[in-house]
Design a protein around this ligand. Structure first.
Ligand SMILES: Cc1cc2nc3c(=O)[nH]c(=O)nc-3n(C[C@H](O)[C@H](O)[C@H](O)COP(=O)(O)OP(=O)(O)OC[C@H]3O[C@@H](n4cnc5c(N)ncnc54)[C@H](O)[C@@H]3O)c2cc1C
Length: 407
């Protein structure tokens, strides 16, 4: 049987393993951390396209059981609370494919546990250093000195991918999008709860804030703060209390609920992370190695699509390896099938992110609000985001190379 080495046991790695097993390969996952979901606090939204991909590989039920609550609509308001638009409404979809919010660690545990239940081996504490390729195989070398050999290697090792460093060292590095991200969970506070299954996103005067009330009464929230790039050391040097004060100051003058929610939260939630994306690599594959998920194309969180795209990648890659004769041809077909869609979504995420930093100029804010109202009105009326959420990977159909060759 053809062994597939998957580097990275985050979101995309275990999904790829399940898809490759269905495609008749023998996948093994190598994850740098010592267990699934280690050290991850934030949460993310899973969209219908990602949930559909999880259903294909038998992981949907487990992921839904681990989800915190449904999120099927987004209400956009300005800092004064005036509605700019309402997107979503997924009543036309089967209930199991309607969007959810899930804690990132819970998602990683759910896909890892589900992969193990499907008979897949995950080795923890294995950090890839680099890999080498011979004509018929690929050898992964880990920082503990051990090695593993397979016929194909999949880099599912995230935005700072080590696989990418070997596969395409000439390519660009991730770009800072000009925003710092903060966020966490606040205990029940005296704030107006969000409507059922709805995240409220606030285009504030000097920052962007999103929140949703959980059934437990907790508030899940995040903020994006426009800022020049900072290193981790520069961020840590300020201390979490200083960052909390900074965030409170930035949102002063916006909806008072934002202040209430943030005040109730532990200062650790305010230590920001720089937000990066990776728009377009020269190639996602070389020889017997390919990249999926953030390693190939990190989208800004503004798109809400990173995890869902990693799941789609996993399915397309497995389908190509199942149906196309040689590994290099299969990997080329995978990249060809995915690139346009993914790069359009990365560009969309950048556009959305660019509106988030706010402005000191009231006229600029007025113009932004007017523009956003038109954009959301058009999106709601013509369903112009449907191409993102309604996309489905047809795993059963046969893949072909660009020349039409199959196995
Ligand atoms: C603040 C924030 C908010 C987000 N919000 C959303 C959202 O709402 N919706 C959404 O869909 N996406 C969101 N995303 C993006 C989403 O989290 C990622 O796109 C998704 O996790 C990508 O999955 P992945 O498997 O490619 O990478 P990851 O999930 O990052 O997994 C990579 C794994 O590889 C491991 N690894 C790294 N290096 C090595 C190595 N050398 N050897 C072995 N293992 C290694 C890591 O430990 C990790 O477990 C958000 C991201 C951020 C930062």
């Amino acid at each position: 049987m053809t062994r597939a080495l998957i580097v990275g046991g985050g979101v995309g790695g275990p999904i790829a393993a399940a898809a490759l097993k269905r495609a008749g390969l023998e996948p093994v996952v190598y994850e740098a951390h010592s267990g699934p979901g280690e050290g991850l606090g934030a949460f993310l939204a899973l969209a219908p396209n990602g949930l559909a991909a999880l259903r294909t590989v038998g992981m949907l039920e487990r992921v839904r059981a681990a989800a915190s609550f449904p999120t099927t609509r987004i209400e956009f308001v300005n800092g004064s609370g005036r509605r700019l638009g309402l997107l979503g409404g997924e009543d036309h979809l089967p209930a199991e494919l309607r969007g959810v919010t899930i804690n990132r660690a819970a998602l990683q545990r759910a896909v890892a546990d589900s992969a193990v239940d499907q008979g897949i081996r995950i080795e923890y504490g294995k950090r890839l250093a680099h890999y080498t390729e011979s004509g018929s195989g690929v050898v992964a070398e880990f920082t503990d000195g051990s090695t593993a050999e397979g016929a194909v290697l999949v880099g599912a090792d995230g935005i700072h991918s080590a696989v990418r460093r070997t596969l395409g060292p000439e390519g660009p590095s991730p770009s800072y999008v000009g925003l710092l991200g903060i966020g966490g969970y606040s205990p029940a506070v005296d704030a107006q709860p969000t409507p059922d299954a709805t995240t409220r996103m606030v285009f504030g005067k000097r920052g962007f804030f999103g929140y949703q009330t959980a059934p437990s009464g907790e508030t899940y929230w995040f903020g994006n703060l426009g800022h020049s790039r900072l290193t981790r050391e520069e961020i840590a040097a300020h201390g979490d209390d200083v960052w909390k004060e900074y965030a409170l100051e930035l949102f002063r003058g916006d909806l008072p609920d934002i202040t209430r929610i943030m005040r109730a939260c532990d200062p650790a939630a305010f230590r920001p992370l720089g937000i990066y994306d990776l728009a377009s690599l020269p190639h996602w594959h070389r020889g017997r190695a390919a990249l999926i998920g953030d390693a190939a194309h990190a989208v800004s969180p503004a798109s809400g699509q990173g995890a869902s795209l990693a799941a789609e990648d996993a399915l397309v890659l497995a389908r190509c390896l199942r149906d196309i004769r040689t590994v290099p041809e299969a990997l080329a077909a995978y990249e060809q099938e995915r690139r346009d869609r993914v790069e359009r979504i990365v560009a969309e995420g950048r556009r959305r992110g660019a509106q988030k930093a706010g402005s000191a100029n009231p006229a600029a804010l007025l113009l932004r609000d007017l523009t956003m109202r038109v954009v959301f009105e058009l999106a709601a009326r013509f369903g112009s985001h449907a191409w993102i959420h309604d996309y489905r990977v047809d795993f059963e159909s046969r893949a072909a190379t660009s020349e039409g060759n199959q196995r």
